[in-house]
Design a protein around this ligand. Structure first.
Ligand SMILES: [Zn+2]
Ligand SMILES: [Zn+2]
Length: 355
């Protein structure tokens, strides 16, 4: 029986490799190519726990420093108390089993493409860990704000502008994406947004950059961190120009693509004062899988933004109760059922003819 299942597993791996994309082994369900170069080494640390000294843990510590979970500046390969605590906080924020170790479930979440804004800012824990959970009706809210809860004035009319440098789209291609993204937040709040041509004087300024671009938050090439934005009233929103951005649903079927509109809606949330949310279906959740689109505000996003600005006085409040994440990764949609069928057939064959 063991031999049969081993052979089935081996054949499954072979089938996966024939798909043209190298899937990560060990219980992961996404392609290795969808992991940022600097984070790929994390996948060798499966099962690592406190007390161990393993090459590569220094990079994990840098990751946790980048997103606010570690502040001690230590970059050794020692799995110490601080790293265990950081992992426990991370696991709380992302609703994972709180093991304090680098289990597969945690590693899988760590390497997903994500927003560059920290989950914990200036040592102030937002998201789920360390905050008093606000019960709203029968649900629990997990939205958060920046430290000090900065925001724009209520009922503000904010201007925005975008730069066409460092990216492949025309103004005509970008404009509808930007208009729709702002409209989602406008529908839920007292705010109004309008485009202006003078970039430097706009309240909100959208641009694409590669690598180090002078604000202390360098981008990291394909995948990894996708974009970042600053809290009110800074107004800067930056996209990593190295990403394979797409602006149409059809484009999302290609490997390694990132939906610009989904990330735009998320980053505008930061521009307006929202931090990250632990609600996986909210647009303010920190990670976004390649090939997926998530643009409709979740009730958690709406509750958060309305605490800052109040509801839409025009009575057009958007409070969708259903999340809208739609996996349009054509390869996974295609391969998942197909591979399940192959696995079942292979299992039947090998169980019928034990070796
Ligand atoms: Zn973010
Ligand atoms: Zn930047």
């Amino acid at each position: 029986m063991r031999t049969s299942s081993s052979i089935s597993g081996l054949l499954l791996v072979l089938l996966l490799s024939f798909s043209g994309r190298t899937f990560v082994s060990g219980g992961f369900d996404f392609p290795f190519e969808d992991v940022n170069q600097a984070w790929r080494g994390f996948l060798n640390l499966s099962g690592c726990h406190k007390g161990e000294n393993v090459t590569g843990l220094d990079a994990v510590k840098k990751y946790f420093q980048q997103f606010g979970y570690l502040t001690n500046g230590d970059d050794s390969d020692e799995f110490d108390d601080d790293l265990e605590k950081a992992l426990q906080i991370y696991q709380t924020n992302f609703d994972l089993n709180i093991t304090g170790s680098l289990d597969n479930e945690t590693l899988q979440q760590l390497v997903k493409p994500r927003c560059g804004v920290g989950d914990i800012i200036n040592g102030t824990s937002s998201m789920k860990y360390g905050r008093r959970l606000a019960a709203v009706g029968h649900s629990v809210a997990h939205y958060s704000f920046f430290p000090g809860r900065p925001s724009w004035p209520r009922q503000a009319s904010l201007t925005y502008a975008f730069s066409l440098s460092n990216q492949p789209f025309t103004a005509e291609q970008l404009r509808p994406i930007i208009v729709r993204s702002f409209a989602r937040w406008e529908a839920a709040t007292t705010l109004k947004f309008s485009e202006v041509s003078d970039y430097s004087s706009a309240n909100l300024r959208i641009a694409f950059f590669r690598g180090d671009h002078g604000d202390g938050e360098p981008f990291d090439g394909p995948l990894g961190t996708l974009a970042h934005a600053f809290s009110p009233e800074n107004g800067r929103l930056h996209f990593d120009a190295a990403e394979n951005w797409v602006i149409d649903v059809a484009g999302l079927s290609a490997a390694g693509t990132v939906d610009l509109e989904s990330v735009m809606v998320h980053e505008i949330g930061h521009l307006l004062g929202l931090g990250h949310s632990s609600v996986r279906e909210s647009v303010m959740f920190p990670t976004l899988l390649t090939g997926t689109k998530k643009v409709d505000l979740h009730s958690d996003d709406v509750q958060g933004i309305q605490l800052l600005y109040g509801g839409n006085p025009r009575g057009n409040v958007s409070t969708p109760s259903q999340q809208s994440e739609r996996s349009s990764d054509a390869s996974s949609l295609f391969w998942s059922p197909l591979l399940s069928c192959f696995t079942i057939i292979l299992s039947i064959i090998f169980l019928s003819f034990p070796l």
